[in-house]
Ligand binder design. Structure first.
Ligand code: ADP
Ligand code: MG
Length: 391
């Protein structure tokens, strides 16, 4: 059950709705190279348009560091969104100044306006109440649909909610339902797959899930730190020396729940043309490094995944950016896609990997939020969500 009010719980007819979306999309030469996040906000935008609200959208884009920087303008997004909606989207070249106030004032029901990047002001990230108040003054209600930014208490996510009736959009609702439910009451067996670059980024996730998951399958560079903790020589592998003691603690606490690779792919350089080979887990020869999990591990992890009712996956199994070290990640992707479990994938690089694998349609939920999804998995309350009205 979703505990917060959504746009369906309030009357939006004739209202000016200020909607925080996550339009932080990759833009190259004025063209949007991946519009997943824009697509994900469409249900909320369309609902508001169809129900007679004037829709004022705001978002951050990149890190302009509190200054106006045309490199980080949202103008191309207004054009792209207009094409998706089949309707002109007005654009204001400021989010709180006169151009924003004027554009918001003339906006009619069913029309859409996009404000310029909220991070052109440093007040956004500082959660400046003055900025939040100015944003709130543009509208009658606040809708937060920016799940990807909900873990940050900024003026445009959390601050503004103090000055207007504040509810969730559909993307926010969907993300919280899938991630929240998986953590609160997962169908069992609950299998968690964790990989990626650094164990230190994800200690909170492991700790929170240790009590809830039935099996935690470890891969990626994160596994290297566990190998170190078990006194294997990992040679030139990426591993965090100072996290080895944490890894030892986790092995002790988790016992047989923690599953480590039984074989790995090693190479003599992080390079597409490096020499590489498979080896069972053990001391890595000097000058070599672990860059992927091996085929036996893919098989073993696949067997656990087959038994699961819920699968949560964060972090690639290897350096999937290079084809020859991508087999582990894509093999696990296939196993997750083939399983009948509720499957949830979160994390920027993990989502990129599943998109590359072409298996997105066979995953139950792919999160649009990297950091936010990790904090959900850590069991942290997201401030952008907490600020919304309870049902
Ligand atoms: P996510 O964004 O999904 O949370 P991370 O940012 O934690 O994932 O980690 C992704 C990165 O981890 C990828 O760029 C990948 O190349 C890297 N990685 C995975 N396995 C290894 C490894 N064995 N050695 C070095 N880097 C690795
Ligand atoms: Mg990442």
């Amino acid at each position: 059950m979703f505990a917060k009010k959504t746009i369906k719980d309030i009357n939006v007819q004739g209202k000016k709705a200020l909607v925080r979306v996550d339009f932080n999309v990759p833009i190259k030469d004025g063209k949007i190279s991946d519009d997943t996040r824009i697509q994900a906000a469409l249900p909320t935008i369309r609902y508001l348009m169809d129900h007679g609200a004037s829709v004022i959208l705001m978002s951050h884009l990149g890190r302009p560091k509190g200054k106006v920087d045309p490199m980080f303008s949202l103008a191309p997004v207004a054009i792209h969104l207009g094409k998706l909606l089949g309707k002109t989207v007005a654009f204001a070249d400021d989010c709180i100044g006169k151009s924003a106030v004027d554009a918001a004032a003339v906006l009619k029901p069913g029309e859409v306006l996009l404000l310029e990047n909220t991070r052109f002001y440093d007040g956004d990230e500082k959660n400046d109440p003055e900025m939040a108040k100015k944003l709130a003054n543009l509208a009658d209600i606040f809708v937060n649909d920016a799940f990807g930014s909900a873990h940050r208490a900024h003026a445009s996510t959390e601050g503004v909610a103090k000055f207007l009736p504040a509810v969730a959009g559909f993307l926010m609702e969907k993300e919280i339902q899938y991630l929240g439910e998986a953590i609160r009451a997962p169908g069992k067996p609950f299998v968690v797959i964790l990989g990626g670059a650094k164990i230190s980024d994800k200690i909170g996730v492991i700790r929170n899930l240790l009590g809830k998951a039935d099996h935690i399958l470890i891969g990626g560079a994160m596994a290297n730190t566990f190998f170190k903790a078990l006194n294997y020589d990992v040679a030139d592998s990426l591993a965090e020396a100072d996290a080895a003691s944490t890894a030892s603690e986790i092995i002790k606490e988790g016992g047989s729940k923690i599953v480590l690779p039984v074989d790995v792919v090693i190479a003599d350089a992080l390079d597409a043309n490096a020499q590489s080979r498979e080896m069972p887990i053990g001391d890595v020869p000097a000058g070599w490094r672990i860059l992927d999990i091996g085929p036996k591990t893919v098989q073993l992890y696949g067997d656990w995944i087959k038994t699961a009712k819920t699968v949560v996956w964060n972090g690639p199994m290897g350096v999937f950016e290079f084809e020859r070290f991508a087999k582990g990640t894509f093999g696990i992707a296939k196993a997750v896609a083939d399983s009948s479990a509720v499957s949830i994938i979160g994390g920027g690089d993990s989502v990129a990997a599943i998109q590359q694998s072409g298996l997105t349609d066979r995953i139950t939920h792919i999160s649009t939020g990297g950091g936010a999804s990790l904090e959900m998995l850590e069991g942290i309350t997201l401030p952008g969500l907490a600020a919304l009205q309870d049902k």
